[in-house]
Ligand binder design. Structure first.
Ligand code: C2O
Ligand code: CU
Length: 571
């Protein structure tokens, strides 16, 4: 079904429409933007014959719809064990917990009926072990690259930072959402190669939240994360603990991502039809993977649970629902608790976003319900018949007896008057002559152009993302937390004519579940999305970027500097 003329399709939408009309069986979730992209030449029916790729050996695509559902228990990533202590880089007299996390090649089965899949993981699993700590408890992680010297996914040496003179396998770990000194942030160019390690310092001076760690190596982040280099990082704090939310075995991270596999169970990452330039501008797989399994199940007690949902996909966003349109109660977003729980029938998570929800299975003894992405099953909850004699703590007993607190954490809105500067920043996609989406830019600038965003430490700014492209882009800023102000439709033609921002409608305030602290915001097409940010923490160089990993790898990422107030030139 990928046998399509390449010349006549101008947009991805047209292509997707065609793919769907063609009965796009295997690619239920759509495919990437380069119109003639293929999965290494494989096809579901084995009949593909695309110009220019005949030399590629055929790899038959697995159709996940044929898999038996709910035969594998949901894996819950192990807690990362600490390996003793090391002196704090801030004060050598203070000892901090020290973790050593090795990146290795591994084979793990994504489903009972699929052969083990070659992946790259932190620790020995995908997702990697969950790092758990508390607010204010600094720690050190030694990230050890023990990967093989050759990449197993299609590198594109024409992508900036991934040139042929660079080592194929490069890694740098970044803790997404962490407020860390710049030298520990995992700057994309600070990569290291197999046999090397880096010890980074995480002060964790921030609220309880669900962060995640993942690879960030320049030009190959999409491939390293696709290979499996990610895991959860949880910070707790006393204010949150005092709420007696479901804890321990009832507090579970759920990491969601999509993949495409061949019939031998091996990862298939698509390639373009351009020889020597396999980059594709987006990836959407047809199998949704949940903590490392396709269609897993989880046995639950008839009680409340806290699930920390994390979208670790390259490009897909999830629209999560429960069967029977049962409600989800969202209690937290990217960087911690919301002010109050928000009842939802569906939860949308763009790449890198987190949503913490309470699901109440009380009274559902013996029933089953599914977590779904739109109409597609992801995970089945099997509610056990009666309370199992599990050791229950005081807190858990108290929690069970009580209603969900109406007030979780005070989140005062940052007044716009606090902003000292507004930056208008465009998001754009640039096509090649054939109309294929080739490159995405922030403010029409490439990664290695001089830094233009240089907020002063402790100052507050408004960043307005003017989305000139046809799709939503999840924009992430390192180091900081921010609030979403609004989204407002504007006249694209007027903007393109003379860069004037002409609004065509009123500003749309953020949804109730977007009123918490965020580090990633969905910038909708045709809208100006405004955020307000206080640049707290550290002086130094960080990055901001689109979290669609293909975009991030192909220039939709920029460095930014937090500068010292005293270094600022007099005005
Ligand atoms: Cu999730 Cu720049 O990272
Ligand atoms: Cu993007």
């Amino acid at each position: 079904m990928l046998v399509l003329g390449t010349a006549t399709l101008k947009t991805r939408r047209q292509f997707l429409a065609l793919a769907r009309a063609a009965g796009g069986v295997a690619l239920a979730g759509g495919v990437a933007s380069r119109t003639s992209q293929v999965f290494g030449g494989q096809a579901d029916t084995g009949t593909t014959s695309l110009r220019g790729i005949e030399q590629v050996p055929q790899r038959q695509m697995l159709n996940p719809m044929t898999l038996t559902r709910f035969v594998d228990p949901l894996p819950i990533p192990a807690q990362a064990p600490s390996d003793g202590t090391r002196p704090s880089p801030r004060n050598r007299k203070v000892q901090l917990p020290y973790y050593r996390i090795e990146m290795t090649e591994l084979a793990a089965s994504l489903h009972r009926d699929i052969a083990p899949t070659r992946q790259w993981g932190y620790g020995a699993s995908v997702p990697g072990p969950t790092v758990e700590t508390r607010s204010g408890q600094g720690l050190l992680i030694e990230w050890v690259n023990k990967l093989p010297p050759k990449h197993f996914l299609p590198l594109d040496h024409t992508v900036h930072g991934a040139e042929a003179d660079k080592p194929e396998v490069r890694t740098v770990a970044h803790v997404h959402g962490a407020k860390v000194p710049p030298e520990s942030d995992g700057y994309p160019e600070s990569w290291h190669t197999p046999g090397q390690s880096r010890t980074l310092y995480y002060p964790n001076e921030q609220d309880a939240s669900t962060l995640w760690y993942h690879d960030h190596a320049m030009g190959i982040t999409r491939l390293n994360i696709f290979a499996g280099l990610f895991g959860a990082f949880i910070i707790r704090d006393p204010a949150e603990q005092a709420l007696n939310l479901p804890a321990g075995a009832f507090d579970i991270p759920i990491v969601l991502y999509d993949r495409t596999l061949d019939r031998d169970g091996q990862l298939l990452y698509p390639v373009s039809a351009t020889p020597g330039a396999p980059f594709v501008s987006e990836f959407y797989g047809n199998a949704i993977v949940c903590n490392g399994k396709i269609f897993p199940y989880l046995e639950v007690q008839p009680r409340r649970y806290r699930f920390r949902l994390l979208n670790a996909a390259n490009g897909r966003h999830f629209n999560l629902t429960l069967t029977g349109s049962r409600p989800l109660h969202q209690i937290g977003s990217d960087l911690g608790l919301l002010q109050s729980p928000v009842e939802l029938r569906s939860l949308v998570l763009f790449p890198a976003e987190r949503g913490e929800v309470i699901i109440d299975f009380t009274g559902l003894d013996g029933q089953e319900l599914q977590l779904r992405n739109d109409a597609d099953d992801i995970l089945q909850f099997r509610v056990l018949k009666k309370q199992q004699p599990a050791p229950e703590t005081e807190g858990a007993r108290a929690e069970r007896a009580r209603a969900l607190p109406a007030m979780l954490r005070s989140i005062p809105r940052i007044p716009e008057s606090q902003s000292v500067r507004e930056r208008i920043l465009t998001l754009s996609e640039h096509d090649d002559a054939a109309g294929n989406s080739m490159q995405m830019l922030l403010n029409e600038s490439h990664w290695d152009m001089p830094v233009t965003e240089n907020p002063v430490l402790d100052s507050t700014e408004i960043w307005s993302f003017v989305n000139l492209a046809g799709d939503a882009h999840p924009i992430h800023l390192h180091l900081v937390r921010f609030q979403v102000l609004d989204r407002r439709p504007f006249d694209l033609f007027a903007y393109n004519a003379d860069k004037s921002l002409v609004y065509t409608g009123p500003a749309v305030p953020p949804a109730a579940n977007e009123l918490g602290w965020k580090d990633t915001v969905r910038a909708d097409p045709g809208m100006v999305t405004r955020i307000i940010v206080k640049f707290e923490g550290y002086i130094g160089r960080y990055a901001w970027h689109c979290h669609l990993l293909e975009h991030e790898d192909n220039e939709m990422m920029r460095p930014y500097d937090v500068i010292s107030p005293i270094r600022r030139a007099p005005q």
